[in-house]
Design a protein around this ligand. Structure first.
Ligand code: SAH
Length: 213
């Protein structure tokens, strides 16, 4: 189930779907996705599908994790600090943490965050900070981020996330309700102008306000 061959098949599939960043492919190939699922579902971990993680939420499909990460890395210059909205299982967090200096991850459902924190600690990653909060407000006391990635879809992009983009910073976020598009937003230099590009259609859980204990 977790054999090299199974993981290589997943990577092959991602390549066929157009993922081309070798660092991203290597990290996904080396990240044990089965550890982010309950035991009953672990045997499906290397299928390229989203899977339930409880509380009505899902572990993102590997393709979408790869795509979002690749877009973020490709569009951003220097990625020191990345803000992630929607920790979920912590799988995307783990992929990101192997590619950038520091990940700050916000989740609104406390039990999901606790599990994710434990997994990431077990994997020995020390460059992740967690916050239990409504991520649509960003993480204002940290300052600005070169990269922001959201794993939950708002109907329109929250102003706080735009405000917290550093000069030339990049936001990758699904936007919409019934029909959603993966969207790339780049702050133009240190101006208050943003370039927005609608990429591909996607299906994400909604970005909700407030928190759950
Ligand atoms: N990439 C994650 C996918 C998580 S699904 C993974 O690989 O597991 C999206 C997550 O966003 C859910 O856990 C949901 O609870 C969370 N979420 C939704 N709205 C949020 C908000 N306003 N702030 C923080 N997290 C939010």
């Amino acid at each position: 189930m977790t054999s090299r061959r199974t993981r290589d098949r997943l990577i092959q599939r991602l390549v066929e779907q157009g993922v081309s960043n070798q660092d991203v492919l290597d990290v996904i190939g080396n990240t044990p996705r089965h550890l982010f699922l309950d035991e009953a579902l672990a045997h499906r971990a290397y299928e390229d599908t989203a899977l339930p993680i409880g509380h009505g939420q899902t572990l993102s499909q590997p393709y979408i994790v790869a795509r979002m990460t690749e877009i973020l890395l490709g569009a951003a210059g220097n990625l020191e600090r990345v803000l992630e909205v929607g920790t979920g299982s912590g799988y995307q967090t783990t992929v990101l943490a192997q590619l950038v200096s520091e990940v700050l991850s916000i989740e609104r459902i406390k039990p999901l965050q606790d599990k994710a924190r434990e997994r990431i600690r077990m994997l020995g990653l020390r460059n992740v900070r967690f916050k239990h909060a409504d991520g649509s407000l960003g993480w204002p006391d940290i300052g600005q981020f070169q990269g922001i990635l959201s794993a939950a879809a708002p109907r329109s992009i929250p102003q706080s996330l735009l405000d917290q983009l550093a000069p030339d910073g990049v936001l990758v976020i699904p936007v919409g309700a019934d029909t959603q598009y993966l969207t790339l937003v780049v702050r133009e230099g240190d101006s208050d102008k943003f370039r927005t590009e609608k990429l591909e259609p996607v299906k994400f859980v909604p970005l909700l306000s407030g928190i759950t204990r």
